[in-house]
Design a protein around this ligand. Structure first.
Ligand SMILES: [Zn+2]
Length: 308
């Protein structure tokens, strides 16, 4: 399975930032061993081009970010402080990885992913919550306008609502936005997705998995020809920002339900990594390792069924 990565995913964030930046390089190291070593093809994420960012964002906002001209309030809203100029190439690689993964599934089907991103809190003309540009919205527009996908379902299972994706794509009928998230959590003021599944804090595996099942039915009722999966693992009970009580096993079952549904429907799946902030970060890295191992197995099943 093609999986995009770049050292800037970690190194583009200041070592003094509170954001757990090591999660990317640690996950990459972990995935380079064991089973995943043979089933994952880790590819260097390319640089996204400016015109692609314009597909979902205000040109003035894009250029202010790319020329380091944002004011301190705008930067504060994004977080990832202290600011470093490396955030610019990092952002472009991170978006480039998602777009390249999208092009992979457009050409070959199956599953592909980016070992970062799922930047669902980025809005049309401002960033927030560690998100600068919205890779889900940009990829949705590219998929529809350039790659021949007619209907897209975006299933956001991060513990935080996909507010930026919901607002950017609000008028795009081809894209169905679905968010399962903790009701009492960031963002304080929720946006309106096409379908929202707010769940109370403290929810455990069983109740959560029932809601995931409903959200999957909603995603497939749209008859999508591709599924975008925002696979944040910040619902883990040990997560610092999550407020849910999910276990690693619960998240494993969640991911499995998503991949098996895509296999059953015969549509490709694009995996965006999403949030995860456990302390220590090891639990988050383990849960992401599970995610990509499961994704790779799903991809392998699809390719085996297709035959030589
Ligand atoms: Zn999150």
């Amino acid at each position: 399975m093609p999986l995009y990565f770049h050292p800037l995913y970690t190194n583009g964030i200041s070592p003094d930032a509170r954001f757990p930046r090591t999660r990317y390089e640690r996950l990459k190291a972990r995935l380079s061993r064991g089973e995943a070593e043979h089933t994952l093809q880790i590819i260097e994420a390319p640089v996204a081009v400016r015109d692609d960012i314009f597909l979902a964002h205000d040109a003035d906002y894009v250029d202010r970010f790319l020329s380091s001209a944002m004011d301190s309030a705008e930067r504060r809203r994004i977080g990832l402080r202290p600011w470093t100029p490396l955030l610019i190439p990092r952002t472009l690689r991170l978006l480039g990885g998602a777009i390249a993964a999208l092009e992979q599934i457009a050409a070959h089907g199956g599953v592909a992913g980016n070992m970062a991103g799922g930047t669902h809190h980025a809005h049309y003309d401002f960033g927030s919550g560690f998100c600068v540009f919205n890779d889900l919205a940009i990829c949705a527009r590219i998929a529809h306008q350039r790659l021949g996908f007619e209907r897209i379902s975006i299933l956001d299972l991060d513990v935080h609502q996909g507010d930026g994706t919901a607002t950017v794509l609000a008028d795009d009928d081809f894209a169905r936005t679905i968010s399962v998230h903790c009701a009492e959590n960031f963002p304080l003021r929720k946006a309106t997705s096409d379908y929202d599944f707010p769940i109370p804090q403290g929810t455990g595996d069983n109740a959560y998995l029932e809601v995931v099942e409903n959200s999957l039915n909603t995603a497939f009722d749209h008859q999508p020809d591709v599924l975008f999966f925002q696979a944040g693992v910040d619902g883990l009970s040990v997560d610092a920002l999550g407020r849910l009580e999910l276990t690693r096993e619960g998240l494993w079952q969640r991911n499995q339900a998503v991949f098996e549904a895509c296999e059953a429907a015969g549509i490709p799946c694009l995996v965006f990594m999403g949030g995860g902030y456990s302390k220590p970060i090891d639990h988050t890295v383990e849960a992401f390792d599970d995610l990509f191992v499961q994704a790779a197995r799903s991809h392998q099943r699809i390719m085996n069924r297709r035959g030589p």
